[in-house]
Design a protein around this ligand. Structure first.
Ligand SMILES: *[C@@H]1O[C@H](CO)[C@@H](O)[C@H](O)[C@H]1NC(C)=O
Ligand SMILES: *[C@@H]1O[C@H](CO)[C@@H](O)[C@H](O)[C@H]1NC(C)=O
Ligand SMILES: *[C@@H]1O[C@H](CO)[C@@H](O)[C@H](O)[C@H]1NC(C)=O
Ligand SMILES: *[C@@H]1O[C@H](CO)[C@@H](O)[C@H](O)[C@H]1NC(C)=O
Ligand SMILES: *[C@@H]1O[C@H](CO)[C@@H](O)[C@H](O)[C@H]1NC(C)=O
Ligand SMILES: *[C@@H]1O[C@H](CO)[C@@H](O)[C@H](O)[C@H]1NC(C)=O
Length: 530
């Protein structure tokens, strides 16, 4: 789908929208009537909302302290306050050939590539987690740490955007990189920086970067207003670039297709605009996601799973906030109706998660499972959305979610999120913790160059492969890594060369940090990020 950059406010369109609006009123009205009828057959009073027990959950506090450390494991650049004894400075010359300092940021996974698309997404999810659950993080002394990890990425993203229509989206050549097995500290390979620009556009990666920066601008708003403004300025410019030069970055730069192939950019445009609305309060962004592009881009009524490639589910949940916590009365009726559609689609996703018919996408052990590559990302990414959505329901005192003739409570969504977190932490048929460093039985052969090579060993590009081949467990602990995860039959092969299952990613850790920080305690989420 191509991005439409012109607005569509002609009078014909208005008539059409009024008709749609009227139909939406009728349909939603009918659904409500059915719902209330169902309701009153069983209950005569609106009951108390069942809430989770008060207090801090030790297990999730501990899991949070472990999982945030993976960002330290993945850092590139001149390290500050390094917590990982086997890590040191690396990538110091990244970007130099292009006269930009791209030394910071994070390695994406088990290799030494810095891929901008998933890196920015990691930052967006981490920023969202801090915005929803910063209080919980603070209570277990992890807030500052999470903010510093976020800033390590956003510092990089600022430098990656040196002029209006230029964004560096990658450092390192994946073909060269994957022919070597080395610690990042020892690498001497060429590390070219690759850009998108107006002749080779990338609306997906530019929008994701805009989303990350807009969300981070909210995180730093009070403590560092100057930095926050700087981020917001970049976010707005990047969104314009994304919008004015529509294109899929993996079409512009085909080599990326083997690694992070993007299926399209309209989801990222909506996602970025939604974050920009929260960061600015500017009503134009609401128009953008509703009457201008909602109908063509948003796939209302048809929920999809949240992942590094598809941001629609995240957009629906994020925009539901506006609906849950009070509509701005200046938002015109048609736009409000469209926002309602986002919330309804988020509810449809929650129903897909909860309803028994979803079992075909679950393992016998109870894990949401869609793909054998990085299987855990779907479980934990969508469990994060479930805990956020359940908290919107608790905070707004919304007692029920209505799914195909049945009523569910917010606690049902939270219980689902708990089931996914607990599976990762070891409550699964393998009795294995997929969070490295948590519990005793976690993967010991994580597919990770730095973790697999002893610090003192001298390796060049090729001979480092003896450490991939080694039958001994990793000498260094990739603490906080959330590995790819199990097969559909709940089994896992702990083998270093099993990159499908044994390779961790930064966005897995970001999802998991979000999920467990939501489960650490049960207090209300804030009604406004600003
Ligand atoms: C635009 O980006 C492409 C792809 O990265 C690159 O080959 C080209 O040199 C860039 N254009 C300019 C003017 O730098
Ligand atoms: C990348 O995605 C595009 C669009 O979904 C698809 O046409 C293309 O075949 C994919 N490339 C690879 C190598 O999978
Ligand atoms: C996991 O633990 C349970 C209960 O302790 C035990 O019955 C089961 O055999 C264990 N499974 C594996 C694969 O070790
Ligand atoms: C590692 O194992 C592969 C496949 O068995 C082999 O081809 C390669 O020579 C080994 N490399 C080193 C450095 O031991
Ligand atoms: C589980 O599934 C994987 C991948 O399909 C398969 O290779 C493996 O043999 C299966 N294990 C068991 C115990 O069925
Ligand atoms: C690792 O697995 C890949 C893909 O399955 C294979 O091509 C490679 O030879 C393996 N390397 C070693 C060292 O076993």
């Amino acid at each position: 789908m191509e991005a439409k950059t012109k607005s569509t406010s002609d009078s014909d369109e208005w008539h059409w929208w009024l008709l749609v609006a009227a139909m939406v009123v009728l349909v939603t009205g009918a659904a409500y009537v059915t719902m209330w009828r169902n309701f009153h057959e069983h209950r005569h009073e609106v009951p108390q909302i069942r809430r989770p027990p008060e207090g801090f959950v030790q297990k999730y506090s501990e899991a949070l302290r472990v999982s945030t450390q993976f960002f330290d494991v993945q850092k590139s650049g001149k390290l500050e306050n390094n917590r990982i004894e086997w890590r040191g400075d690396s990538g110091l010359n990244d970007g130099k050939d292009e006269n930009v300092d791209l030394s910071k940021g994070m390695y994406d996974a088990g290799d030494l590539m810095k891929f901008g698309f998933p890196m920015a997404f990691t930052a967006t999810v981490l920023a969202w987690s801090i915005l929803e659950y910063g209080q919980h993080m603070e209570a277990v002394n992890e807030l500052k740490h999470a903010q510093q990890s976020l800033k390590w990425i956003t510092d990089y993203l600022i430098n990656a955007h040196p002029s209006d229509n230029v964004l560096y989206i990658q450092v390192g050549d994946p073909e060269i990189d994957h022919k070597c097995w080395q610690r990042p500290e020892a690498s001497t390979e060429k590390r070219p920086a690759t850009q998108v620009n107006n002749s080779h556009p990338g609306s997906d990666v530019a929008s994701e970067t805009a989303a990350a920066m807009a969300a981070a601008s909210l995180v730093f708003k009070n403590q560092d207003p100057g930095y926050s403004k700087l981020l917001l300025g970049h976010a707005q410019k990047l969104f314009e670039f994304a919008n004015n030069y529509p294109g899929v970055y993996s079409k512009s730069i085909p080599i990326i297709q083997e690694y992070y192939n993007s299926s399209g950019f309209v989801d990222e445009l909506l996602w970025a605009a939604s974050w920009l609305y929260h960061a600015t309060g500017d009503h134009d962004y609401i128009r953008y996601v509703t009457v201008v592009h909602g109908n063509a881009f948003a796939n209302w009524g048809d929920p999809t799973w949240f992942s590094w490639d598809n941001k629609l589910a995240g957009t629906q949940v994020l925009l539901s906030r506006i609906n849950f916590f009070g509509m701005d009365t200046r938002i015109p009726i048609v736009e409000s109706m469209n926002l309602q559609m986002y919330r309804r689609t988020a509810e449809a996703l929650m129903c897909t998660i909860l309803l028994p018919s979803a079992t075909k996408e679950k393992t016998n052990g109870g894990l949401i499972w869609l793909n054998e590559w990085d299987s855990l990302q779907y479980a934990i990414g969508n469990a994060f959305l479930a805990v956020v959505f359940s908290d919107y329901m608790f905070t707004s005192k919304t007692p029920y979610l209505y799914c195909n003739g049945k009523l569910y409570e917010p606690i049902n969504l939270r219980d689902f999120a708990i089931s996914q977190a607990d599976y990762v932490l070891g409550n699964n048929p393998m009795n294995m913790s997929y969070l490295v460093g948590y519990g005793l039985n976690y993967p010991k052969y994580v597919h990770h160059r730095g973790a697999s090579i002893p610090v003192g060993s001298i390796t060049s590009c090729q001979d480092g492969f003896k450490w991939l081949n080694s039958t001994r467990p990793n000498p260094n602990l990739a603490i906080g890594a959330v590995v790819g995860g199990p097969f559909l039959n709940d089994t896992y092969i702990d083998s270093r060369n099993n990159s499908m299952q044994a390779e961790p990613t930064t966005y897995n850790s970001a999802f998991f940090v979000g999920l467990v920080s939501g489960l650490v305690a049960s207090t209300s989420v804030v009604r406004s990020f600003t």
